[in-house]
Ligand binder design. Structure first.
Ligand code: NAX
Length: 327
């Protein structure tokens, strides 16, 4: 058997992690033959650390065969030491009356510090996946501090948006979700992101052929994918957790699976009209485990270009708001 992978998870006592950690420990993320050591980071607050102890007790009580160890800590250096994967879930939530710029700055400070420490102490092969919002910009900030690890190793999650779009297309066409492929998310993990339906396929045919309702695709579909997070909060009284954890499992598993084609927020390098220095959701193909190439050559009509321009504008604005934090 391979040596255990060290997986650092921040925000480990939060609601996403509560759904995520059992999935990692059960083998859903790295496969049924791969043991894992969980390195769990929380804030240095008694309540949070106590809650983390409770989570660890539950993981113990699952007797997962693949769980080779756990470390519970409020020290980022301990959490990220020799980590193969760093899953950055913890972030400061937006409080009442808080401006977006303040949220960006507060989280920017967290991700500057964590990016720097990851770069110093994580495995030379470390990969980073950011979930904590604003995820794209947080990934960019963390990557900007790194001197040893290449920027491409820092990704942010747009997979929840992809999964939401996949199910919505399947429902509309009356098919199983597995019949829907190649639905890619472009841009920011925010209501501006664009689910690019024109490349999507349903049972191998263009989605627009199977769903000939262009007004629905451009209107309700895009809007509902973008605002799904708010709809969950309105219904559940809390933000998406199980589906976010599931999306992170998909994000990492597909990044470990050569040939997988999926949406990931990565440094755009100017593809598809995005500013070169922002982290944008883009279609990628995994090349070797943990590495990917951006899929190029997809055509974008005027509608798609206008949607991409809007989400790129937001990413560029976010970058401007944290310019002083970039390393
Ligand atoms: P919770 O508030 O339940 O948990 C967050 C946890 O992070 C808390 O336990 C907190 O103590 C901890 N934390 C805060 N700062 C930390 C730090 N510097 N180091 C370590 N731990 C820290 O939030 P939860 O529902 O789990 O959501 C976590 C993040 O995911 C939020 O930023 C949320 O906005 C974001 N989301 C991102 C999604 C995406 O698709 N990219 C979707 C779901 C979710 O909204």
């Amino acid at each position: 058997m391979n040596p255990p992978l060290r997986v650092a998870v921040t925000g480990a006592a939060g609601q996403i992690s509560y759904s995520l950690l059992p999935r990692i420990a059960s083998g859903a993320m790295f496969g049924p033959g791969q043991r894992v050591i969980l390195q769990l980071l929380e804030v240095p607050v008694e309540k949070a650390m106590k809650a983390l102890e409770g989570v660890a007790m539950e993981l113990d009580d699952c007797a997962f065969p693949l769980l080779a160890g756990m470390e519970l800590t409020d020290n980022a250096r301990v959490a990220f030491r020799d980590a193969d994967w760093c899953l950055l879930v913890g972030a400061k939530p937006r409080g009442p009356g808080m401006e977006r710029a303040d949220l960006l700055k507060d989280n920017g400070a967290i991700f500057t510090a964590q990016g720097r420490i990851i770069d110093e102490v994580a495995s030379a092969e470390a990969r980073v996946a950011v979930v904590g919002n604003p995820a794209n910009t947080n990934a960019m900030i963390a990557a900007s501090t790194a001197r040893r690890l290449p920027a491409e190793r820092f990704t942010a999650m747009v997979r929840l948006d992809q999964n939401r779009a996949q199910t919505m297309l399947a429902r509309k066409a009356g098919v199983d979700t597995t019949a829907v492929t190649d639905i890619f998310i472009f841009g920011n993990h925010s209501p501006t992101m664009f689910p690019a339906f024109e490349h999507a396929k349903i049972q191998g045919q263009p989605a627009a052929t199977r769903i000939p309702d262009r007004a629905w695709l451009e209107g309700e579909f895009c809007e509902k994918v973008g605002k799904r997070g708010a709809a969950i909060i309105a219904a559940r009284g809390a933000s998406s957790a199980a589906s976010a954890a599931n999306a992170l499992v998909d994000h990492v598993r597909d990044l470990c699976t050569p040939g997988a084609i999926h949406s990931v927020a990565v440094p755009s390098k100017g593809h598809y009209g995005f500013a070169p220095e922002v982290w944008a959701g883009l279609p990628v193909r995994t090349t070797t485990p943990g590495s990917y190439e951006i899929l190029t050559g997809l055509t974008l009509d005027a509608f798609a270009q206008s949607k991409i321009a809007a989400t790129n504008k937001e990413l560029v604005e976010e970058r401007g708001m944290v310019a002083d934090l970039l390393g």
